[in-house]
Design a binder for this molecule. Structure first.
Ligand SMILES: [Mn+2]
Length: 201
C-alpha cells in the first residue's frame, strides 16, 4: 500500500446491530489496493445469524478478489448464495490517482456524493437483491477532486441523512454529528461509512 495514496483517503463509520438482535446482518469492509480504494456494504435480507451468514459470504469473496470486475463478482457470489438468504450490495471504487469513481449496486445500499461546495448527489437505488439467480447491476460513475462519499445500509432512515449533518468535512466529525442526532434504538441493522477523498494530498 503506497503512503501517498493513503493520505488521499480518510474513513470513519457507524455500525450498529438491530435492537434486540445479537448479530448484525450488515457486513462491510474497505481497503486500498495500489491506486484503488474499495468500500463494500452487504446487507443480508432479514436480520440475525442467517442474514449475517449471507452478507459475510459476499464481503469475504470481495476481500479475496478485490480486483475482479463487479459483474463477475455478482455472477460468482450469486452461486455462493444457493439456499441462503439474499443480499443487497453496494461496491464503491475510487481510482485515487485520477479521482474517478464507480458505484455498483444491487438493491438498497445508498450512496451520497458531497463535493467541496456541498453539492449533493444521491444515487437512486434500483430494486433487487443477490440470491442465486440472475440480477442486474446498477452502475454510476463520476469524477471528483475533493469529495465525501456516504455509503449506507437501509437501517439509516431518510430523516437521518440531513444536509446539516452531511456537509463536506472530516469523516470522524460527520460520524460524531450523526451519532448525536440519531436514535440509538435501531429498527434495523445500520451501517454508515463516511469517506473523504482529496486528490491533491
Ligand atoms: Mn437492512
Amino acid at each position: 500500500m503506497s503512503e501517498m495514496n493513503k493520505e488521499k483517503i480518510d474513513v470513519d463509520f457507524y455500525h450498529e446491530i438491530k435492537s434486540g438482535e445479537k448479530e448484525s446482518g450488515d457486513s462491510f469492509f474497505y481497503a486500498i489496493y495500489e491506486h484503488m480504494f474499495i468500500c463494500v456494504i452487504a446487507d443480508g435480507l432479514g436480520s440475525g445469524q442467517l442474514a449475517k451468514e449471507s452478507s459475510e459470504i459476499v464481503v469475504q469473496f470481495i476481500k479475496e478478489n478485490p480486483l475482479l470486475d463487479d459483474q463477475s463478482i455478482v455472477a460468482l457470489t450469486n452461486k455462493h448464495l444457493f439456499k441462503k438468504r439474499g443480499v443487497v450490495l453496494g461496491i464503491l471504487r475510487i481510482q485515487m490517482d485520477k479521482g474517478e469513481y464507480v458505484y455498483s449496486s444491487i438493491g438498497n445500499i445508498g450512496l451520497i456524493v458531497i463535493d467541496e461546495n456541498n453539492n449533493r448527489e444521491r444515487n437512486i437505488p434500483k430494486h433487487g437483491y443477490l440470491s442465486n439467480r440472475p440480477c442486474e447491476l446498477k452502475q454510476i460513475s463520476g469524477k471528483v477532486s475533493r469529495a465525501n462519499f456516504i455509503l449506507y445500509s437501509d437501517g439509516v432512515s431518510d430523516n437521518e441523512l440531513t444536509r446539516e449533518t452531511f456537509q463536506y468535512g472530516k469523516p470522524s466529525q460527520l460520524i460524531e454529528t450523526f451519532k448525536r442526532h440519531i436514535s440509538h434504538t435501531r429498527s434495523d441493522d445500520t451501517t454508515l461509512i463516511a469517506i473523504q477523498y482529496n486528490h491533491s494530498l
